[in-house]
Design a protein around this ligand. Sequence first.
Ligand code: NAI
Length: 251
Amino acid sequence: MSKVLGMEGKLALVTGGTRGIGRGITEALLAAGMRVAVVGTDSERSVKVAAELGPVEQVRGYGCDVSDTEAVTSLVALVGEDLGDIDCLVNNAGITRDGIYIRLKSEDWDRVMAVNLTGTHNFCKAVTRGMMKRRAGRIVNITSVVGQTGNAGQVNYAASKAGQIGLTKSLARELGARNVTVNAVAPGFIQTDMTADLPEDVRSAMLEGIPLGRLGDPADVAAVVLFLLSDASAYVTGQVIGVNGGMAMIG
Ligand code: NAI
């Protein structure tokens, strides 16, 4: 299967790969025969998670705050020294700091934009030159359905996720001629730590709006990321693919 998809031995860097959707993505890429650099906030934890997921030749953990531009540049250089060229980048790290707009603190605006949007930009910037030179590369940004539809109580988060979509489309236009594709995946309501704390009434109201009648699983998102990193999606760029059980139907 991985040979058919052209993924065997290729190197992917996955941000926020230590848990939730990012961990699901990492597991799927490893199962497809790829090598993965897993980036989390805490290097010790990333190394530990990587060791749980596979041998060090196949998966290695790194620590870095994605919002720190210099740290990201150094990290990408280090991954290059350790493991070689980064063929695929998955910008998955993300946070929420929800609350109604009237009470939104500017530090909560700043932090969400810094991690979700600037973090995505930092990694794109750090890998783009190499991908352009090699005339090959895949970038997938994990946005959110709320970046497409908006959501009360998530002005900062939705703005950062919509920002990722603008970044994705613009970069896809710039890099297409160099055979680098840039796409976004927009999950709906996926069961992870990020959604674990939602009150039961909110959870059941959301379920009612999902035609497939269930919450998503990290593996549901990972399957689409896998497709976008594989040879099977060679002619797909600048797209936003929803993985939301039908809760929003866009386009
Ligand atoms: P999570 O909270 O379970 O995991 C987030 C990951 O990002 C963790 O590994 C964490 O260490 C990492 N991270 C957070 N801040 C970081 C920083 N400054 N530097 C480096 N790493 C950092 O979240 P989940 O649910 O797995 O979400 C992953 C992505 O999917 C996020 O971008 C989120 O916005 C998006 N998403 C999630 C949905 C859901 O229902 N869970 C729905 C739509 C989008």
